[in-house]
Design a protein around this ligand. Structure first.
Ligand SMILES: [Zn+2]
Length: 347
């Protein structure tokens, strides 16, 4: 699931060391596919593609589908793999010799220059199957600056029928020179209604009310969250109630939030804040607060000081960024919860 959720945790430099991704497009991939179909039809497909979009929309899956479509020998005008030809069988098995995945090695935190050089060398060789050669780099923003420069050289003198796909949720973290060499393809979040439809089909039933909101509207992230969502709801609702009620201290609440699940718990908190702000400002609310009427969390949301709530939201997004660096997680989370409690009791 991790590869589908674009969370970048899957990691090996080896091409075939992870489960192959499906080669079928997801319903909300259509417009990105249209754009690429037009580029191929007019023979203007760029050698470098910057596949960007938020986490959980299936960017890596789109890259897998795109590569399969480029290899496919039986596709129609649309850039979509037939799923049946010999090339498609290789793609589905994850063993197509002309597709190279470049990921963060398990024992590293970034994609290094040697990995990039290796893959560029392989791309410069003749295709094993006389067609396109494709390399997918995910997450591209995890390339070191020298790796990005090495890639830039390949993009400046590309071999024919080679495509480099850079997958990223944070394009601004890439070198501007590299970005400007690539054609930008946006993989957007679906509309809420269609995301919910897809999610219901994938889960075999209606998803829990706040699941999609906590996943930031990203269906694959929601699907990955689903098995543990009830536990997350229970824990976070309990924790927030106890904090706002004064039953537990900020330090204790912060300690309970930390660990491997911290990013998800921050997502939960953000969804609650966003819903509260939307309800208070009368913005059309696609993700209603469905805590029981009269419950502490519903009352607290209604009574939240809006100016301060916006500040807490800013702080929360900043906290996420800070937590990627070498900071004390306790300090970051405590500061955040302190501001949240103040916002909830400020009037
Ligand atoms: Zn095919």
């Amino acid at each position: 699931m991790s590869q589908d959720a674009d969370d970048g945790t899957a990691g090996s430099a080896d091409d075939h060391d992870f489960a192959p991704l499906p080669i079928a497009l997801l319903p909300w991939h259509e417009s990105a596919c249209d754009k690429l179909t037009a580029a191929v039809a007019s023979k203007r497909l760029s050698h470098g593609l910057l596949l960007q979009g938020p986490a959980g929309v299936g960017k890596e899956r789109f890259a897998s589908a795109l590569a399969a479509a480029l290899f496919c020998t039986a596709r129609g005008e649309r850039l979509e793999a037939c799923g049946e030809c010999a090339e498609c069988h290789l793609s589905k098995a994850g063993t197509h010799p002309d597709l190279h995945w470049l990921r963060i090695p398990e024992d590293k935190k970034s994609i290094g220059v040697d990995q990039v050089r290796d893959v560029c060398e392989q791309l410069s060789m003749t295709s094993m199957r006389r067609g396109y050669r494709v390399a997918v780099i995910a997450p591209a923003e995890k390339m070191t600056p020298s790796a990005q420069n090495a890639l830039l050289k390949t993009l400046e003198e590309p071999a024919p029928r080679t495509v480099l796909v850079l997958v990223t949720a944070r394009p601004s973290a890439l070198l501007p020179t590299l970005r400007s060499r690539c054609q930008r393809i946006e993989v957007a979040r679906p509309e809420t209604a269609s995301a919910l439809r897809w999610l219901a089909a994938a889960l075999g039933g209606a998803p829990p009310p706040r699941l999609l909101a906590v996943a930031g509207g990203s269906p694959l992230k929601a699907l990955a969250l689903a098995p543990n969502f009830a536990a997350l709801e229970e824990q976070m609702a309990g924790l927030l109630e106890a904090l706002l009620d004064g039953r537990i201290e900020v330090t204790r609440a912060a300690a309970d939030m930390q660990g491997a699940g911290l990013p998800t718990r921050l997502d939960w908190l953000e969804a609650w804040l966003v819903a509260a702000v939307q309800a208070a400002t009368g913005v059309t609310n696609e993700t209603p607060l469905t805590f029981p009427t009269g419950s502490l969390l519903q009352r607290a949301a209604a009574e939240l000081n809006i100016t301060r709530a916006f500040q807490v939201l800013d702080r929360l997004r900043e906290a996420r960024r800070l937590l990627e660096g070498p900071v004390s997680a306790s300090l970051v989370v405590e500061t955040l919860l302190l501001e949240l409690r103040t916002a909830a009791t400020a009037r």
